[in-house]
Structure formats: structure tokens, C-alpha cells
Design a protein around this ligand. Structure first.
Ligand SMILES: Nc1ncnc2c1ncn2[C@@H]1O[C@H](COP(=O)(O)OP(=O)(O)O)[C@@H](O)[C@H]1O
Ligand SMILES: [Mg+2]
Length: 288
């Protein structure tokens, strides 16, 4: 099987990009028995901070020490991007000082706050557009890394050089939305905006799904179901009118306190794990 790449994006903050990407990484590495690489590309570093913390909120010393060393040795993602902009990546060998091993088959590239200032510091933004593609080439050819089945990117909630670079080389763009009054218009604008920004490059397939759906008796409440229906219609319309491959996912993720715990501490796989597995099934059908 060739490597598959998925990028999670929405310009709205707090819709669950980070949480969902992270949960999908867990589900894939645990249940699908796949080799997974997670990328945090958001300068806000939510995923990096979450991974640095134990479930009880204590910092895991091992990851912090690794991160310190990686930054000191300029093997963090920003330094590697600078190298790409200043010359190229032909001398860059991605290894365990760039990629952190969460588990044998589950790896992680953390973010760094310097990514905020990337556009300001970049001598050649045009060149930055090819960064992720080149980096993936280096990762796939590295003798010290596994052959990953899936690479998942948590993107920033904005359109940066880095977003461009991911969106033009990924196989699928995943768009979580929260079912509310603003969702249908927001998702429609996001899709047409992305297409406009990356053209003439064609937009990859998009997978749109509801996260944080309020439920009643295990089904979305009437209001949530109505807003989910509105987004489905907006997706169908946008897809038809702009000739974009937008797939609306039948799976929705409920609003659920301690969502992460339910995924991580899966002694008895509960309803939420079932939802995430079903979401992945839909995603993998698009990726085939
Ligand atoms: N399905 C869910 N149920 C309950 N809380 C959720 C769910 N998805 C996300 N959250 C919470 O919502 C907040 C924002 O999520 P996050 O993944 O950081 O969003 P984003 O990356 O889009 O900014 C976090 O506190 C997260 O724990
Ligand atoms: Mg986030």
C-alpha cells in the first residue's frame, strides 16, 4: 500500500481539528495496526503540548528532554524549513531527533512557536510552497524510519505558506465542523476559498464531518441534526457548482467530556471508539 496523507483544516478555531486528528492517529495505530506519523503544524502547539502532558496533567519528562535537545540541535520543523528556504533538503536526513516515537508504530513531529513568524522571515515564500512535498520525500527515503502507512497533519486555522504546502500534496483534506447556526456558511466559504487560493493546483478530495454534536438518546438533538443537514446541503451545492470532490461523512462525533480518555483508555471500546472507527472507514474508502 502506498503512503496516504490527510490534512485537517478549518479556519474556525476550536472546532476540534487537533483533538480529532490526534484521536484518529490513536485509532489507526491501535486498531488498524498501521504505521502512523502525526505532524503538528500549528504554531499554537496544542497537539505538542497535549502530547507533552500525561493524562493526569503532569509533564512527561522524556518528551520534554527530547524536545529541548531537538530545538538546541536545530532539528525542529522550523529549522528544517529554514534549511529548505535557504538552500534545499538534500543534506537533511530525517531521523529520531526530528521524529519522536510515541510507540513503535506511532510517531510524531512537534510544532514550534517560531512558525508564527514564518511569513515575515521567509526570503522566498514561493519556495516554501514545496516544503512539505520535499520533506515527505526525505522521510520516505530515510533508511532509519519505518514505511509509514498514514501521515496526518494538524494544520493552523489560517492560510499560510505551510498550509499551501500541505494542501497541495495531501490525498485528503479533512474538515471537522461544529453543528451550529454558522456552520453551513463557514464550510461553504472555506471550501471555495481553499480552491481559489491553491489554483491552478487542483483541490484534493475533501471529507466534511460534524464534531461535538449535541446528543439526545444517542442521536444528534433536533437542532444539531438540522445544522448537520444544512452543511450537507452546502457541501453538495459547493461540490456541484465548483466541480470539487466534497464528500459529506455520515459519521458524526458527539460532544463528549473526556473524549481523549475514552479513546486512550479503551479497556472496553465504547461508543466513541465505534464512531471514530466508522469515521476512519469512511475516510479510507475515499483514500482507496
Ligand atoms: N467531540 C468533542 N467533545 C467534547 N469536547 C471536544 C470535542 N472535540 C473537541 N473538544 C474540545 O474542544 C476544544 C477545542 O478543540 P481543539 O481540538 O483544540 O480545536 P481546534 O484544533 O480546531 O482549535 C478542546 O478543549 C477540546 O478538548
Ligand atoms: Mg488546534
Amino acid at each position: 500500500m502506498s503512503i496516504k496523507t490527510v490534512a485537517t483544516i478549518n479556519f474556525k478555531g476550536g472546532v476540534g481539528k487537533t483533538t480529532v486528528t490526534w484521536c484518529l492517529g490513536d485509532i489507526l495505530s491501535n486498531f488498524a495496526d498501521s504505521s502512523v506519523l502525526l505532524f503538528d503544524l500549528d504554531a499554537q502547539m496544542s497537539m505538542t503540548q497535549a502530547i507533552a502532558l500525561d493524562a493526569d496533567g503532569n509533564s512527561s519528562g522524556k518528551f520534554d528532554k527530547w524536545l529541548d535537545k531537538t530545538r538546541k540541535n536545530k532539528r525542529d520543523i522550523f529549522s528544517v524549513l529554514r534549511q529548505h528556504l535557504d538552500s534545499d533538503l538534500s543534506n537533511f536526513q530525517p531521523d529520531n531527533d526530528f521524529i519522536y516515537r510515541l510507540k513503535k508504530n506511532y510517531h510524531f513531529v512537534p510544532s514550534i512557536e517560531h512558525l508564527y513568524w514564518l511569513e515575515l522571515e521567509s526570503p522566498d515564500p514561493g519556495k516554501g510552497k514545496f516544503f512539505v512535498k520535499n520533506l515527505l520525500g526525505r522521510i520516505q527515503n530515510s533508511p532509519n524510519l519505518p514505511k509509514y502507512d498514514y501521515i496526518l497533519f494538524d494544520c493552523p486555522p489560517s492560510f499560510t505558506m505551510l498550509s499551501y504546502s500541505v494542501l497541495t500534496c495531501c490525498d485528503l483534506i479533512l474538515v471537522p465542523f461544529n453543528p451550529d447556526f454558522f456552520a453551513a456558511r463557514g464550510v461553504g466559504m472555506l471550501i471555495t476559498g481553499l480552491r481559489h487560493r491553491i489554483q491552478p493546483h487542483p483541490l484534493p478530495a475533501l471529507g466534511v464531518f460534524a464534531n461535538r454534536a449535541r446528543t439526545y438518546a444517542k442521536q444528534p438533538t433536533k437542532a444539531a441534526a438540522g445544522w448537520i443537514g444544512d452543511v450537507r446541503m452546502a457541501c453538495e451545492q459547493t461540490s456541484r457548482q465548483n466541480n470539487i470532490d466534497v464528500r459529506f461523512m455520515g459519521t458524526w462525533i458527539p460532544d463528549r467530556a473526556s473524549l481523549r480518555d475514552a479513546i486512550t483508555n479503551r479497556a472496553t471500546p465504547d461508543e466513541l471508539v465505534v464512531n471514530f472507527r466508522s469515521l476512519w472507514k469512511e475516510i479510507s474508502r475515499i483514500l482507496k
